[in-house]
Design a binder for this molecule. Structure first.
Ligand code: 5GP
Ligand code: ZN
Length: 112
């Protein structure tokens, strides 16, 4: 755990969040500022600054994020969904604990 990390604190239960799914390696909770009817963040329990760092250090856990995202989609009854890893400030990453956005619940446009 990183002492100053928001998502480490959510994983540890030190900051409240609406948790919708948990596994031994991942926690999924609703984004506080949703961009669609369903907007869930799936995070590893361990601290890594972004998805690539997670994949390099713990490839099995990186794969678990995808499995958890599908479980969230099933629980939410999503007929389709979008997965996003913002990586780096120029991509809009604001929390530097790896997290997978699961976005859906409406017809999504592309490009966004
Ligand atoms: P990023 O921009 O880093 O890809 O995504 C960070 C996400 O975390 C944003 O969508 C933002 O709304 C969400 N977020 C920021 N602070 C909190 C919080 O305290 N609780 C929850 N549930 N989500 C948060
Ligand atoms: Zn963290």
């Amino acid at each position: 755990m990183s002492a100053e990390c928001l998502f480490c604190k959510i994983v540890a239960g030190q900051i409240p969040a609406t948790v919708v799914h948990e596994t031994p390696t991942t926690v999924a909770f609703r984004d506080v500022n949703p961009v669609a009817p369903t907007h869930v963040l799936v995070v590893p329990r361990t601290h890594q600054p972004n998805a690539a760092a997670l994949a390099a250090a713990e490839p099995a856990t990186a794969a678990d994020l995808l499995t958890s995202a599908q479980a969230v989609a099933d629980a939410e009854g999503l007929s389709g969904y979008r997965l996003v890893f913002n990586t780096g400030e120029d991509a809009g990453q604001t929390v530097f604990h790896a997290h997978l956005h699961v976005i859906g619940g409406e017809r999504l446009t592309w490009p966004a």
